[in-house]
Structure formats: C-alpha cells, structure tokens
Design a protein around this ligand. Sequence first.
Ligand code: MN
Length: 438
Amino acid sequence: MSPINETHDRALASWLDAANAPEAAFPIQNLPFGVFRRRGGGESWRGGIAIGDAVVDLAALVASGAIAGTPGDALAHAAAPGLNGFMALGPAAWASLRLALSRALRRGAREQSALGACLVRQSEIELTLPAAIGDYTDFYASIHHATNVGRLMRPDQPLYPNYKWLPIGYHGRASSIAVSGQDVARPLGQTMPRGATTPVFGPSRRLDYELEVGVFVGPGNALGDRIALDAAPAHVFGLCLLNDWSARDIQGWEYQPLGPFLAKSFATTISPWIVTLEALAPFRTAWTRPAEDPAPLPYLDSSAHRAAGALDVGLEVWLQTAAMRAAGAPGVRLSSSNLRDSYWSIFQMLAHHSVNGCNMRPGDLYATGTQSGPAPEQAGSLIELTQAGKVAVDLGNGETRGFLQDGDRVTLRARAARDGFAGIGFGDCSGTVLPARA
Ligand code: MN
C-alpha cells in the first residue's frame, strides 16, 4: 500500500504559482504523467508531468542532468514517447522519481532554474496516448449501474446471481482508444427495431456515454501466475477517466450470448494524464459492502483491502451541445458520483482478472464500468438517467436529450478531496459526437 509521505504534505507549495491555486487540478501533490509535444512543430512525443498550467518536459529534464542517480534512471524511462517501460519499473522507481520531482518543484528548490527551463505551457501542447495499450478490459463494478440497467431489461431480477461473487468484465478493444479531444463518428450497425423480425442497418440512434475510471497496469505477471489481492496495488501505476461510448441499440441486438462487441469497439476516450496511485494515497478509504451481502471469496478479500481498498474520487459528467457551444455556454453537469461507491475495487478487479493465470503487461488498461451512485440522479450514463430514452433530460436551455445527438460534447471530470490534504484533479476527458460517415 502506498504510504502517505512528504510528497502529499498539504503545506507544500511550488515556485510555479499556478500550481498553488486552491482549485488547481495539478498542484505539486499530484504530478500526473502524460505523453505530449508542442502543437504544430513536428516535435517528437515525450513524457511529461503536469504542474499547474505547465508541463515539465521530461526529455529536456534528462538532457539538463538536473536529476541523477536512482530517480534519474526512472526519469530516463518516463521521458520516452510511451510510458510502458516506466510503468514496468514498479513502485520503488515511481516513488523515487516522484520524490525528486516534488523536491525540485518546491519553493526554494535549488533545481528551480534547471526545471524552469524545461517547462512548456499546457496551452501550447497536444497530448497522445500515454502508453501503447496492449489489452483493454472493461468491468461492470458499480452495483448501482448494474441494477439500474438490469431493471430496464429484467424488472424481476435486475442482477444476475453471479454479480455479488465476482467482478463481471469483458475484453474490450485497444485499437480505438484515444485521448481527450477525440471526435467520435456515430457508428453504423445492425439494430432490431421493437416488434420487427428483420434487423435494419444504419447509424445508431441510441448513442450513449459511460462514466468510468481507467486503470493502467504497472508491472505485469507471468502467464500462469496470478496477482494476489494484497499485491495488486504494486501492479497499479495510476488512474485516468474513461468514456466507454456505447451504442445501446446495436448492443441490445448483438450482445447475446457473448456480450458487447461492435456497440463498444468504435471508440473509447481517456483523459491524457495518469494520476498515480501514489498521488491518490490520501484518498484510499475503507472497502465495505452491506452486511446482508455475501463476503467475497478469500482471493477477493483481505484485511488490508478492507482497510484501504476503495478510492474516494468525485466524478462528474458534463454535456455541451452544439447550440450551447455556438452560444458560448460551457455546458451543463448531467450527474456526479464517487468511485468509493463501486461494489468491486480496482484491486479486486486485477486479482480476479489474473486468478486464472492470465498475464497482464505494463501499459494494459482496464476500466471500472460505469460508475453510478446510489441515487437515481447519480447515474453515469444516459440509458439510466432517461430510463432508456423514455424520460428526456432537460438541459435548461430549451433542449432535452434522450440519447446523444450529433455535435454533443461529453466531458468527464474528477477530483479527489479530503480534509487535511491538497485536492487533486484528473483533467478533462472530452469527446464530440460527429455525424455518421456516409
Ligand atoms: Mn462500460
């Protein structure tokens, strides 16, 4: 378990003033990793860490020689155009670089001039996928989401009997994952209209988002081995936001008996900055479940996990329609929820995923499934908020939504906050719906 250490100290301030604003997403206590370059210059991609309104160019930092020794070795991996090699190093190396960067970015640091020369404004950069994602798995870990969606299909039995015994998941598609800013063409596919006996082909008419958290795997496990629950935190590099775009009408026709396929694989959007598990240490919290529910099987249960297996991270979904954008309006918040309400934790997901000997590799990505809260207005997808399109959401500007329309921009946001600690943000996970291709 990542301990709380000097890098989490709320009293730390950076010589970069923008990092010290009370609501800053990227204060010195955060230090998330991404892969970036300056826009439009044909530069090479390289690793960076976000601080305030800037990025520390890690390739430039390597060249400066300002960070040497053990953290310098880790830095060389983090400066690469993909973070897989850095992710493979494990928690000790990650922590050494985090500590060195934290010390160098503090007020009064002797490295200020060297690091100052490595800063690039975030307004001048573009970001790409932080790692080559070999495999992507999507779970279904919110019992509130599973119950809401299950009730629409099976009012008598919203949850299948397996739900409280194992984290349900399916293998997703890695090739169509992109970072925030992605344009998503409305997918084409087969759907079966209600009451019809022959499917029709055309653009999805029930396009939805899913509010999820993505998890990047650090060190993997050999094929045949497994990752024990209490070892799982050492295999988690960090978290991002993830929109699992979903074509509900395509899904409803194709998903039996093997699960989602083309309804999900056309696009997945992630936030470009990976907030490390170490940065989230102050927000680890007790993992619990209702007393009347079954205790997990032993491989999914431990005292350490019960003490700190959950994560207190506030999540939000925002929608900006094309009309709002034309009017200069920022959009409306559709819902908010919290990752701590997930029925299964990110560590249980990893322990379960590998319990059969399936090997994970550095840079693999898995997602939590839609994170809906216990209240109806905390639903993390439109199919829940609108009861499958029957009750439109009022957007407050004369517009309503059952499902997404062309031009809609969906933005996921997250912030972890706790008394006595600096709050940290994740940055936006944004994507815009485009019309279907001809
Ligand atoms: Mn999903």
